[in-house]
Write a protein that binds this ligand. Structure first.
Ligand code: ABU
Length: 511
């Protein structure tokens, strides 16, 4: 089979390279043919060619072979349009098909057709959302979508404020920054020297970003105190209160609790109502990291999982996760109207001039820590228009239905052992036990041997490209698989396919 770059692409022939092509302006006479062929390649080879169930999820290639297969080095001179099209094809060929229905490895997947077009429109318009004059539509669109999301969270009339962030980790960092500023506004000008020794709390199964952001923001990772979880992966509220009191006795000042709605591995939902009561008692900010589970708010059937989220001071919610918006689309929502702006603005006069001819309250960029910023809202807005809230609800209900079907299916099958009997979200955790280990659970080296199974199955699945499912150890547990359902195009037949694949790839493994 020829390399993709060797294929003659339809519609064009190579010609001598025009040295004026360095100019950053599309000219019909020079670029139309190239752009149309490139879009055709994207549509045919990438969008449709790579999302069919009969194609591979990944064409595994070792790093040294990719270095040979794709000419990665920038050169002194330009290459031709035909060569550029070949490079595009190569990049696609050796990339993972995250839009493939059998890419169930991460908390994102799919190529949503409307999200994709929204993304392409964003890139064609190339805005930077800091001022109304540069991004009028996106400024208004952001405020509208964020207000709607706050209203879905349950804050009356969508009160408060919000931003689109570069990822959920940064959104969780905004929570720390806003909470700290809310209690200690002097932090902004005087820094950490002006405030007491602050501590924050999150569960031992929460996303690592809270600890990481505590370090990044000068609070210190040791001052992000991890609270025990129960057998379902939910925060232990008694332990939270014990740890808060312990910190106070040690002379520290608690200011924030980050609860999680949909933990990264288990998909567990922390009990928000009792956590909120503890926060009220000790005057602490309650942030809910609903990056993963937030999408369930769109479903009447499943939004109870986040019951009490309306009691939060702030929320992280990533539409690029459960709602399948393209990467990346993360939001930080806050109930307090002015904290984002007052806590982060710096009033740069070259950009946020107050004497402009229009209402400069629409220049919303100064509440962000970023300056230049992509319009991540457009793809999500476009999806929302295309599907309606009812479409998102059906999407969520389909994911939960598939997850339940898969759970019940593997519960009945030999070789599958569940890590959690009743997971709450659409991630299902299990061990696949090969024949050689069955019935040996009581042998002393069982765990050590079981630990080797998932990496071996993963190696086989990646090399064959038949699906992608991640694995991890957790606490004392040997490596187990976490399959994630986030693509509503999957159906029950696909659930059986996954189970069959684990059996095919894993049954005869010897460890
Ligand atoms: N927020 C990162 C999630 C990583 C994962 O897919 O497990």
């Amino acid at each position: 089979m020829p390399a993709d770059s060797d294929l003659i692409l339809p519609g064009g022939e190579d010609r001598e390279i025009d040295k004026s092509l360095f100019k950053s302006l599309p000219e019909r006479s020079k670029h139309e043919d190239f752009i149309r062929r490139a879009v055709d390649l994207l549509v045919e080879r990438v969008v449709f060619g790579r999302t069919s169930r009969t194609s591979k999820v990944v064409e595994w290639t070792a790093p040294d072979d990719i270095k040979v297969a794709i000419d990665l080095k920038p050169r002194e001179g330009p290459v031709s349009h035909d060569e550029l099209l070949g490079l595009m094809a190569d990049v696609a060929r050796y990339s993972v098909n995250t839009g493939h229905p059998y890419f169930v490895n991460q908390l994102f997947s799919s190529v949503d057709p409307y999200g994709l077009i929204g993304q392409w429109l964003t890139d064609a318009l190339n805005p930077s959302v800091y001022t109304y004059e540069v991004a009028p539509v996106f400024t208004l669109m952001e405020e509208e979508i964020l207000r709607e999301m706050r209203s879905i969270v349950g804050w009356p009339e969508g009160q408060g404020d919000g931003i689109f962030c570069p990822g959920g980790s940064i959104a969780n960092g905004y929570a720390i920054s806003c909470a700290r500023f809310y209690y200690y506004p002097e932090i902004k000008s005087k820094g950490v020297y002006a405030v007491p020794k602050l501590v924050l709390f999150t569960s031992e199964l929460a996303h690592y970003s809270t600890k990481k952001m505590a370090a990044f923001m000068g609070i210190g990772s040791d001052n992000c105190i991890l609270v025990k979880t129960d057998i379902y992966g939910k925060i232990n509220v008694d332990d939270l209160e014990i740890k808060i009191n312990g910190a106070i006795e040690d002379g520290a000042t608690p200011f924030l609790v980050t609860a999680t709605s949909g933990t990264t591995v288990y998909g567990a939902f922390d009990p928000l109502v009792p956590i909120s009561a503890v926060c009220k008692k000790y005057n602490l900010w309650l942030h809910v990291d609903a990056a993963w589970g937030g999408g369930a708010l769109m479903s009447k059937k499943h939004r109870h999982l986040l019951s009490g989220i309306e009691l939060a001071d702030s929320v992280t919610w990533n539409p690029h996760k459960l709602l399948a918006a393209p990467q990346q689309c993360s939001t930080f929502l806050i109930r307090h109207k002015n904290v984002l702006k007052e806590g982060h603005s710096s009033n740069a006069k070259y950009l946020f001039q107050k004497d402009k001819f229009y209402d400069t309250s629409y220049d919303t960029g100064d509440k962000h820590i970023q300056c230049g910023r992509r319009a991540d809202v457009l793809k999500f807005w476009f999806m929302w228009k295309a599907k309606g809230s009812e479409g998102f609800e059906k999407h969520i209900d389909t994911l939960f239905n598939n997850a339940k079907y898969f759970l019940e299916h593997i519960r009945q099958r030999d070789g599958f052992e569940l890590v959690l009997e009743n997971p709450e979200c659409t991630n299902i955790m299990f061990w696949y036990v090969p024949t050689c280990l069955r019935g040996r659970e009581n042998e002393p080296d069982y765990k050590e041997r079981l630990n080797k199974v998932a990496p071996k199955i993963k190696e086989r699945m990646i090399k064959e490209g038949s699906m992608m499912v991640t694995y991890q150890p957790q606490g004392d547990l040997a490596n187990f698989f976490r399959i994630v359902f986030q693509n509503s195009a999957l159906d029950h037949k696909d659930m059986v396919y996954f189970a069959n694949e684990f059996e095919r790839l894993g049954k005869d493994i010897v460890v």
